[in-house]
Ligand binder design. Structure first.
Ligand code: ZN
Length: 238
């Protein structure tokens, strides 16, 4: 990214501490002069991902000279209300299966709609222009609130709702997991790939006891399997 292409717009990255949102944070730091992060505690079983956030932010600020002055405040919001709406395998200790409607029971209805709405409120308060999320339509579990059209519609609704032009950027929307590893490589080289591999958390079951070649996790849950397969595909391509 050359200096001339760097945007003067400011960004708020939905940053969970997982592989996708960490890659999105690097993507934003390469583009915007001012970048803040927001995380959500909603009683997720993989609560450990939130513990990864501070380390990742600190290490990414050190990764490139021009990234440090761009990385600004972090915000962590409690959204326990999601659990009051009902159970899911994302928040409760139940087996991960497919529901009758074909969606995995890790689906938390309304989650990303709520997250972006809260992010838009914060962006309004903080004077930020762009919200960045790691949603992907290509290689995901079919969550309808991760789809491109859902988020495009949400961008319009939120911009109208705060009467300010908010942009929702989803740099991973059409990438698969192997592409996401490649994007990390392009943005921050081997150092960023290693940071993503070792310091991000993906496993739904909160396991960080075994370091695989693709990172920590149980190796068996859908999130681990997706991450492992993407890493193997990416290394095979190289
Ligand atoms: Zn797992």
């Amino acid at each position: 990214m050359t200096a001339s292409r760097q945007s003067r717009r400011s960004a708020l990255v939905l940053f969970s501490g997982g592989q996708d949102s960490t890659t999105c944070l690097a993507w934003a730091l390469a583009r915007y002069s001012h970048v803040e992060t927001i995380g959500f505690n909603y009683g997720q079983r993989h609560r450990v991902e939130l513990d990864c956030r501070a380390t990742l932010r600190n290490r990414m600020a050190e990764l490139r000279l021009d990234w440090k002055p761009r990385l600004s405040e972090d915000h962590l919001l409690d959204v326990d209300v999601l659990r009051q709406l009902g159970t899911s395998a994302m928040t409760d200790d139940i087996a991960i299966t497919l529901q009758a409607d074909g969606l995995p029971n890790t689906f938390v209805p309304g989650r990303n709609l709520l997250f972006f709405t809260l992010a838009a409120a914060l962006a309004y308060r903080r004077g930020l222009d762009v919200m960045v999320g790691g949603m992907s339509q290509t290689d995901y579990s079919g969550y309808p609130d991760c789809r491109d059209n859902t988020l495009k519609a949400l961008q319009v609704a939120l911009s109208l709702g705060v009467d300010r032009p908010l942009t929702l950027e989803t740099p991973l929307m059409w990438l698969d997991k192997a592409d996401t590893w490649e994007l990390a490589q392009q943005l921050g080289g081997a150092t960023l790939v290693e940071l993503v591999r070792v310091e991000t958390h993906t496993c739904y079951l909160n396991r960080r006891d075994t370091l695989h070649d693709w990172g920590y996790g149980c190796g068996e849950c859908p999130a681990c399997k997706l991450r492992a397969r993407g890493y193997q595909e990416w290394t095979a391509r190289r």
